[in-house]
Design a protein around this ligand. Structure first.
Ligand code: EPU
Length: 339
């Protein structure tokens, strides 16, 4: 086991921002048993632990002085089914998009709108990933995890996960306390055809295809590839900021000054504002300074043009936050985890 722990391990290929940094210790686990063993190992007793998935939602600002545990628990398996639904158990280290492609290849519906989201299955409940009118919480029935302190395997039902917009119990009460090992999804044998999100139906029209889980998946892949940069070619971590939720009263006031501001009803008294619109209106879209910038097609995405340090991206993000606060009196917060 100790032989498999590497020291001063590079992280540049393990984060989609492509930031160069190292971790003091590094270990990759492929199953629950080896995860339990490493957690019991003396070598990590006093070390800070960081669980790394696909590295698609992190900004590394300095070398990590602890142990990075890389999740590589694989496996997709159908565990039960009835007339309408299929329950699928998926290892937390499975690539999310691979799982989406698997589901549509089996004619199972529910996650096709979430195609091409980078990262691993284990991160999907953590931040309740969402896109094009669907959130993953609607398909999750159970999440299994290891409690780091006791090393016991536990699970929570979807209700107990406290899912909300880009949030869950794993980002709040259980943050840094557990490691997600597998997720049980409930997928539908019938096409759910969630095409309420404008761009999907127009994309299907231009493809001249009727809605099904396969065609929606194809439409989403097309839309995302046009609007979001591929980290293989341009370092980024998707939306850098969350869309802020403000009171509908404040939204109505802002609308007087900025009639084109984009907001969606979030709850009875709250409105979710498109942060991309705010950032664009504040003049940041396409901004470039040194090796960092704001993506020219989606202002919510910050990019590394090559060789940037995490602190450069962090600095730019703070400038953007400040400018949004002064122009709109709205606080925007990062969606990515800054480490
Ligand atoms: N907009 C602008 N300027 C921009 C970007 C967006 O005016 O530069 C406007 C758009 O025209 C649109 C509205 O803002 O009217 C919303 O934009 P978009 O549909 O692109 O979605 P988003 O709110 O910017 C969210 C998610 C994305 C997800 C898309 C599609 C968050 C933080 N982001 O972005 O998720 O793909 O919806 O559903 O909720 C991610 O989390 O990494 C991510 C990419």
């Amino acid at each position: 086991m100790t032989k498999l722990i590497s020291t001063n391990h590079p992280l540049n290929l393990l984060n989609t921002f492509g930031i160069s940094a190292t971790t003091k210790l590094f270990y990759e686990f492929k199953d629950i048993q080896s995860l339990k063993e490493i957690l019991a190992n003396n070598i990590i007793k006093n070390e800070q632990i960081f669980i790394l998935g696909g590295g698609s939602n992190i900004l590394i600002t300095k070398n990590f002085d602890g142990i990075v545990l890389k999740n590589s628990i694989e496996g997709i398996k159908i565990i039960s089914e009835d007339r309408d639904n299929v329950s699928v158990e998926v290892g937390s280290g499975v690539n999310w998009h691979e799982f989406v492609l698997w589901s549509v290849s089996k004619n199972l519906s529910g996650i096709e709108n979430l195609a091409l989201i980078p990262g691993l299955v284990g991160a999907s409940p953590m931040q309740n990933i969402g896109a094009y009118g669907v959130e993953v919480k609607d398909t999750i029935s159970k999440v299994y995890f290891i409690d780091i302190k006791s090393r016991l395997e536990k699970n929570l039902t979807d209700k107990q996960c406290n899912f909300s917009y880009r949030n869950s119990i794993f980002k709040s009460k259980l943050k840094d306390k557990v490691i997600i090992t597998k997720v049980i999804f409930k997928l539908s044998k019938h096409n759910l055809n969630n095409i309420s999100y404008g761009a999907i139906s127009s994309e299907l029209e231009s493809l001249k295809k009727d809605a099904s889980c396969q065609t929606i998946c194809e439409a989403v892949i097309n839309i995302r590839s046009r609007k979001l940069p591929d980290p293989k070619y341009l370092g980024n971590s998707g939306s850098f900021f969350k869309n802020p939720v403000i009171s509908t009263k404040k939204f109505e006031e802002l609308k007087i000054k900025f009639p084109n501001i984009i907001g969606y009803q979030h709850s009875e008294k709250h409105t979710k504002i498109a942060a991309g619109w705010l950032i664009e209106k504040a003049g940041w879209k396409g901004f470039k300074e040194g090796n960092v910038g704001v993506y020219k097609k989606q202002a919510l995405v910050l990019v590394n043009y090559g060789g940037a340090k995490g602190e450069h991206i962090l600095k730019l993000s703070r400038k953007i936050q400040k400018s949004i606060l002064s122009k709109f009196k709205i606080k925007i917060l990062p969606e990515v985890n800054i480490i």
